[in-house]
Design a protein around this ligand. Structure first.
Ligand code: FES
Ligand code: FES
Length: 164
């Protein structure tokens, strides 16, 4: 199939590449842009390992053709830390509260949690569980993931209050 010019902003940088429109966004990110943080767990939209942010919404990038993301703002786990490399509070909280074991689900889980905390900065545990229900983890039993997201929310909110 003929290749098209695909332009998008990925983690704040403009990207222009030639790609077949039918290529999946996850393959474009991993294979063409070498952003291997988002993982491929199922390729069928079930596991959430491939979650990225697309125009302000969490999407499973194995369910999006690259042509559909043309012109979009995309953020992957590689774009969650600060520009100087300081980990985001969510990343710190996952480490501190043992929110990961094998880590395979973690990039998608954190990318989803990052958007969740913008949709709802002070979620209840139940809202966190609902918010990450599209992201499967086979290792942790979710307890520590929920604890980590709660801790990150508390830290971000305390920081916001202190700045006001
Ligand atoms: S790889 Fe996309 S949802 Fe599993
Ligand atoms: S930490 Fe292993 S799948 Fe979540």
């Amino acid at each position: 199939m003929a290749k098209s010019h695909i332009r998008m902003t990925v983690n704040g940088s403009a990207v222009e590449e030639l790609a077949e429109p039918r290529v999946l966004l996850i393959h474009f990110l991993r294979e063409q842009l070498a952003l291997t943080g988002p993982h491929i767990g199922c390729d069928t939209g079930h596991c959430g390992a491939c979650t990225v942010d697309l125009n302000g919404k969490s999407v499973k990038s194995c369910m999006v053709f690259v042509a559909q993301a043309s012109g979009a703002e995309v953020r992957t786990i590689e774009g969650i830390a600060a520009a100087d490399g300081t980990p985001h509070p969510l990343q710190e909280a996952f480490r501190e509260h043992h929110g990961l074991q094998c880590g395979f689900c973690t990039p998608g889980m954190i990318t989803r949690a990052w958007r969740l905390l913008q949709e709802n900065p002070d979620p209840s545990d139940q809202e966190i569980r609902y918010g990450i229900s599209g992201n499967l983890c086979r290792c942790t039993g979710y307890q520590n993931i929920v604890k980590a997201i709660r801790a990150a929310a508390d830290q971000l909110n305390a920081h916001k209050e202190a700045a006001e």
